[in-house]
Ligand binder design. Structure first.
Ligand code: ZN
Length: 276
């Protein structure tokens, strides 16, 4: 197979051989022109893990690394991103106090940070509920997020956050308090108005304008790979497909592709993006 003309990186995708299409979905990404992807750990409940200690999250993280290795076999470069899903707080408080749930999520993130320190993962993932919660749950979630920012700063790695729609401007101050560079705090499912680094869904309508303005962003599918929720989000091919469409339409040049899919990715995550 001849090597592609430019890299195509999916900033946030899940591949789940147990509940979804697994490697077939990754092959779709590759065939459509995808070269690199950030494989994000799935919520613990989707793998049937009921954590009661930080170390219990290893089952989730080790599964992510196992899948990463399988995907590398196809010829895709995989960067694992590990962390505790912010919606976990709702699940955990069904069987423990809010205080214990907060401590457990912090411990799960401590566990994820050991993988980053060992070079097995490139970034952490955290956030806060994107739906309405009580002030107490929001405060507890912000405490978990602040801990994730501290850990990312300590590990010198990027942090992906899953949070409410909108700019999340208050996270700038939280990042500052953690000495975490704000350009390495990635707003997953982001919008162009965020002061954090925006990871935009591949079909985002603002892409042509952002490309013209030479603004920094990355592209994601947020493909969940769950057979029970087909079409819940856009498919695994979406980042290469929309990138190739923008190139064919003359909106995105190959240089723009290198800017988005390589330079920006390297700058945010501290990884190297090379074409094979
Ligand atoms: Zn996701």
């Amino acid at each position: 197979m001849k090597s592609p003309a430019y890299p195509v990186t999916d900033d946030h995708i899940h591949i789940d051989p147990k509940n979804g299409r697994g490697l077939e979905a990754a092959k779709d990404f590759f065939r459509a022109g995808g070269t690199h992807l950030f494989l994000v750990s799935k919520p613990s409940w989707s793998l049937g893990v009921e954590a009661s200690s930080g170390a219990d999250y290893r089952k989730v993280y080790d599964e992510t690394l196992r899948v990463a290795e399988m995907i590398r076999g196809i010829g895709i470069t995989v960067f694992p991103v590990l962390g505790v899903h912010p919606a976990e707080i709702g699940r955990l408080t069904e069987r423990m106090s809010l205080r214990d749930a907060t401590a457990l999520m912090r411990a799960g993130l401590d566990c994820a940070a050991t993988y980053v320190r060992d070079g097995k993962a490139v970034a952490l993932k955290s956030g806060r509920p994107h739906y309405d919660v009580s002030p107490e749950v929001l405060a507890a979630s912000n405490e978990v997020l602040a801990h994730a920012l501290d850990l990312a700063a300590e590990c010198s790695c990027a942090l992906q956050i899953h949070a409410e729609t909108g700019p999340c401007a208050d996270v700038v101050e939280m990042a500052g308090a953690a000495h975490m560079p704000v350009e390495r705090v990635v707003k997953h499912y982001g919008s162009p108005d965020t002061p954090l680094h925006p990871s935009l869904i591949a079909k985002h309508e603002a892409l042509p304008q952002l490309i013209r303005e030479h603004r920094r962003f990355t592209m994601e599918s947020d493909y969940m790979d769950e057979n029970s929720r087909p079409g819940a989000v856009i498919g695994p091919k979406s980042v290469p497909r929309y990138t190739n469409q923008l190139v064919a339409a003359g909106i995105m040049t190959p240089e723009d592709c290198f800017f988005v899919h390589k330079e920006t990715v390297e700058r945010v995550y501290g990884v190297t993006v090379e074409l094979k």
